[in-house]
Ligand binder design. Structure first.
Ligand SMILES: [Zn+2]
Length: 226
């Protein structure tokens, strides 16, 4: 079952992380929720009631941990289930699957190239949830509340336009720079038509590659239904 810290909905505790989780599932099931994600407003409560009306005589508009409503919501959202959990812990194969197809096809030869040059490239993040993104934002490790990593299909299926690549021996330590991993990644990525975060002067992001320029971020956010 989907995990909630506390209740979501009418007179619920409505922690941001819980609200986002419920909104993501409701959205993926076709219940429309207006922007203002993470905040439980009238439209979220209306969507909960509409969903509950399919199996409850008197919808409460409230979803509590371990409740019948949450179980129903969990059971019926296979897409959400398959992609749940800490996405940095997923297998390399699953991380590749979480990328938008165009990025995947450009990144695969980059990884092969790095491997043949003696590096041990490892995808740290492909797709990641908006909840994880907000955590990175508030800790200062990202400068945006929505990133290309958060892109998804309107049904909630991950469709990331960015990936973070490290050498599994070095991670983000100084060893990666000494070994020349970041510049090798940047050169390989750019030669395959990708944009490398190491080229950004304001917020140098050496592990990051993305498919599109930053000017496209808002349109991708809209396409994601976020
Ligand atoms: Zn990144």
């Amino acid at each position: 079952m989907v995990h909630l810290v506390d209740s979501v909905g009418e007179r619920g505790r409505n922690y941001t992380i819980d609200v986002l989780r419920i909104q993501t599932i409701l959205n993926s099931k076709g219940y429309t929720i207006a922007p203002g994600r993470g905040i439980c407003g009238e439209d979220t409560i209306a969507a909960i009631k509409k969903f509950q009306a399919s199996f409850m005589a008197q919808p409460t508009g409230l979803i509590e941990p371990y409740s019948e409503s949450l179980r129903k919501l969990s059971d019926e959202s296979h897409a959400f289930y398959e992609w749940s959990g800490d996405s940095s812990q997923w297998s390399q194969e699953k991380k590749l699957k979480s990328l938008t197809p165009n990025l995947r096809s450009k990144l695969q030869p980059v990884i092969e190239h790095l491997r043949s040059a003696g590096f041990r490239p490892h995808i740290y993040y492909g797709w990641r949830s908006v909840a994880v993104q907000l955590g990175l934002f508030s800790s200062g490790r990202s400068k945006v509340k929505f990133s290309f990593h958060n892109a998804q299909l309107p049904d909630g299926t991950p469709n990331s336009y960015a990936a973070d690549i490290i050498d599994s021996r070095y991670g983000w330590t100084g060893q990666a720079e000494i070994a020349g991993f970041w510049s090798a990644l940047g050169n390989a990525a750019k030669s395959h038509g990708l944009i490398w975060g190491g080229d950004w002067s304001s917020f140098r992001d050496v592990a990051h590659v993305q498919l599109l320029p930053n000017s496209r971020l808002q349109s991708i956010k809209q396409e994601s239904g976020l």
